[in-house]
Design a protein around this ligand. Structure first.
Ligand code: GDP
Ligand code: MG
Length: 161
């Protein structure tokens, strides 16, 4: 799975939260690309995701195709308090789909624990209709829907060999 989205939307925080349970307030940009193995109990049995947390160059027009080419699925994150990160979702999706094709994708609007939401719930939800992806509100901090994106992807991947 590749984890995509603008810088500072919470990609690394999501992986860390799922991996260790910790949540860090301090923002430190990821350097390069970090791979973690995430084991998840699903109704279909245990699933291990190889998660590629992409980084550093998020803002510089996407990633190299090499990151996408072998991906079985993706999560595109944005920050619901940052409209620019929401506008970037389309670019991340197109960039990914161009190389990876029609594999399962989840878009998640993170940081819904914050009060100054700049992207309305309705707008966010519109994404699933427009782009044919699954959408979730998310808060890595409060743990709201923390496992939902991965569980959905696991279900889809197990269904479709
Ligand atoms: P990345 O650049 O996408 O990897 O973003 P990070 O994971 O480094 O997170 C950027 C900042 O957002 C950090 O300061 C995190 O603590 C913060 N953050 C991540 N998820 C949440 C969340 O759900 N709620 C709040 N309030 N802050 C978050
Ligand atoms: Mg990061």
């Amino acid at each position: 799975m590749v984890l995509l989205g603008d810088g500072e939307v919470g990609k690394t925080a999501l992986v860390r939260r799922l991996l260790t349970g910790e949540f860090q307030k301090l923002y430190r940009p990821t350097e390069g690309c970090e791979m973690s193995r995430l084991k998840l109990a699903t109704s279909g049995g245990p699933v291990v995701f190889e998660v590629w947390d992409t980084a550093g160059l998020e803002q510089l027009g996407g990633l190299k195709d090499g990151y996408y080419v072998r991906a079985d699925c993706a999560i595109v994150l944005f920050d619901v308090t940052n409209r620019e990160s929401f506008s970037s979702v389309q670019r991340w999706l197109q960039d990914f789909r161009r190389v990876a094709g029609q594999v399962p994708v989840v878009v998640a609007g993170n940081k819904i624990d914050l009060k100054d939401r700049a992207v309305k719930a309705q707008e966010s939800a519109g994404i699933s209709r427009r782009y044919g992806v699954q959408y979730y509100d998310l808060s890595v901090k409060s743990r709201f829907n923390l496992q939902a994106p991965l569980l959905w992807l696991a279900r889809r991947l197990l269904q479709e060999p």
